[in-house]
Design a protein. Structure first.
Length: 616
């Protein structure tokens, strides 16, 4: 008879004669396994046709010493304490003690609970229980559920098993969860779907929840910071305290809510009705609840425009209520003023737009419109989209409080040059020269598989930079086939973003080219002459029409300009442009290029199936 101890078969007993017998065997500690089993095998390892064996009444029994068990506990953050029950199970023993301690998990001692250590005494009788009480700390931070553990650290009796661990789960009480039939009066809360923080809502839900201000003459304003629901699941929002009539908004992933105010005359309340079907679920939403003092609200629009627009004009409107006072049987509108200023975003005052500040005067009538004009600076350089903000800094009004919390975003559109001809980009006059390198991400030519690409490319400079030279400028060029721009790549292990963007189209296929100033990266390389330059992270479309027409494009070029007093004086012009050619019969015409009658000028282009050209 052999025993499987989890790793090998061990012979534990042998029957030498035919007949009936019994085997009793005590397993050693090393033979105890969760997969323990027995088998019977002949001495030779093989059974012949006349061999047989009957087995009856096989029983494994185990005897345990004293065992400490501790339960898991879940409590709300405002419960005050979490109580764990420790139970002596297993066999009886003489009296003993066990030590315990609390341990951080996602919950942290000092901010979520109070750390605790201690000793429990047991009589030795199985079934006796003791309690460990941990103080829970309440805060005002909206959090996901957090856990800590209680474990045993020591024992006075060596045979006691203290391996069990108790887990404490703290459930956040600061979140406002949509609850069917509930009405909540608050001016400061974070509103969630039924999944709360980090969870999904459920299937087949139908919940109606009303939120009203807890301060008089205020109205509820809700700002959504995230929203994701499955197809067919809908959030309805109503003004007032019931989910009847026409909703002021119906929201799903095709119409994501941003900011919602209780409409004037609705008592300041909003009612939310959420329904989900029996299919998939989503992460739901998170929204900040606040109260706003009733009065006129100033709203400014977001606009986008080309860099050549001259002036960007924002429209500012008085909404919600009129401003003034009632006199006899009429309403007297009274003007008020609102101050504003521009604030930098990715667009910078002085280089992209002219900083502007001022005061708007509204006549007090509902719907009155004023405008803000911001001069836009056209630098002629193709750039990615940039933005700045209009914010209001104060208001002066005689009757009521003006809500001027809205902001307007001005976006300067991307200046991507389409089919851009070669133009002079930079001129180097003096003791200059340059070196270059590059590569293609195509792995085969058109005579092979024109669709195959690789994820990265590496190469060294085609000519060394003298040890006495100083790197003046380094530009990285890359181009690719894709309907989606990819201005961000990885060069020498660093993230690089394009400073200039170009685009061209061949029938229904888009191609993009980019330029980035990587001078600082190259200057940081100890020996740029021997360095192997690495390029990766370019998203190339090698499917569909790109593949079938053999126009898959992916390539890069590095050009390094350097200055060395030992060189002869020269004039080097760097031209940039981007255009596309298709088929052998089409050609570029390059003229008006003149070179001094010495060794020939250096033409250079960026590698790729449909290359971006540059001449130096």
């Amino acid at each position: 008879m052999q025993l499987w101890n989890g790793s090998t078969w061990q012979t534990v007993s042998t029957l030498n004669n035919d007949g009936i017998g019994s085997i009793s065997y005590n397993l050693t500690t090393s033979q105890i396994s969760a997969s323990s089993s027995i088998r019977f095998i002949t001495g030779s390892g093989d059974w012949d046709g006349s061999d047989y064996f009957y087995i009856d009444n096989v029983q494994f029994t185990a005897t345990f010493g004293p065992i400490m068990t501790i339960n898991d506990v879940s409590v709300n953050e405002n419960a005050g304490t979490a109580s764990f029950t420790v139970t002596h199970t297993g066999s009886n023993a003489s009296a003993f003690t066990v030590n315990y301690t609390s341990n951080n998990g996602t919950a942290t001692a000092g901010s979520d609970y109070t750390a605790k250590t201690g000793t429990l005494s047991f009589t030795g009788t199985s079934g006796v229980t003791r309690t460990i009480t941990i103080n829970i700390l309440d805060d005002t931070v909206v959090e996901d559920l957090e856990i800590f553990t209680v474990s045993f650290t020591g024992k006075s009796l060596s045979t006691v098993d203290i391996t069990d661990i108790g887990t404490g789960t703290i459930l956040d009480n600061d979140a406002l969860i949509i609850t069917n039939g509930a009405t909540t009066n608050t001016c400061n809360a974070v509103f969630f779907d039924s999944g709360s923080v980090g969870g999904n809502y459920g299937n087949n839900e139908s919940r109606v929840h009303t939120i009203c201000p807890d301060t008089s003459n205020n109205y509820i304003s809700v700002d959504f910071t995230s929203f994701d629901v499955a197809v067919g699941d809908i959030l309805y929002v109503y003004g007032g305290t019931t989910a009847t009539g026409t909703p002021i908004g119906v929201y799903d992933n095709n119409n994501i809510p941003t900011s919602i105010d209780s409409p004037y005359g609705a008592g300041g309340c909003l009612t939310f009705r959420f329904t989900s079907n029996g299919s998939t679920t989503g992460t739901g939403w998170q929204a900040a609840i606040k109260c706003v003092l009733e009065g006129p609200k100033i709203v400014i629009n977001d606009i986008s425009f080309d860099e050549t627009v001259g002036n960007a004009v924002f429209t500012v409107t008085q909404t919600r209520v009129r401003h003034g006072y009632s006199f006899l049987f009429s309403f007297i509108h009274v003007p008020f003023t609102v101050n504003f200023e521009t604030v930098n975003g990715s667009a910078l005052a002085g280089s992209d737009y002219t900083a502007t500040a001022g005061t708007l005067t509204f006549n007090g009538q509902l719907g009155n419109v004023q405008t803000i004009s911001v001069p836009i600076i056209n630098d002629g350089i193709p750039e990615t989209a940039e933005d700045f903000t209009i914010r209001f800094t104060g208001a002066t009004a005689s009757y009521g409080t003006i809500n001027y919390s809205d902001t307007g975003t001005g976006t300067i559109n991307t200046q991507i040059l389409a089919n851009d001809p070669l133009t002079l980009f930079q001129e180097f006059d003096g003791y200059f020269d340059y070196s270059t390198t590059g590569g293609t991400l195509r792995t085969q030519s058109n005579s092979g598989n024109a669709c195959l690409i690789t994820n990265s490319s590496s190469n060294t400079l085609i000519s060394p930079i003298p040890a006495t030279a100083t790197v003046e400028r380094a530009y990285l060029y890359w181009a690719h086939s894709n309907s989606v721009r990819d201005p961000d790549v990885i060069f020498e292990g660093q993230n690089v973003s394009a400073n200039y963007l170009y685009q061209t189209t061949l029938t229904n296929r888009n191609f993009y080219g980019y330029v980035s100033d990587v001078t600082n990266i190259v200057k940081g390389i100890p020996n740029p002459s021997t360095n192997t330059y690495d390029f990766s992270g370019l998203n190339i479309d090698n499917t569909g029409n790109y593949c079938s027409t053999a126009t898959v494009l992916g390539g890069w070029t590095l050009i390094v300009f350097y200055e060395d007093p030992s060189l002869p004086a020269v004039n080097i012009n760097l031209y940039q442009g981007f255009d596309g050619l298709s088929n052998a019969g089409t050609s570029f015409t390059l003229d008006s290029f003149y070179a001094i009658a010495v060794l020939g000028p250096k033409p250079h282009f960026c590698p790729g199936r449909r290359p971006q050209f540059g001449w130096i």
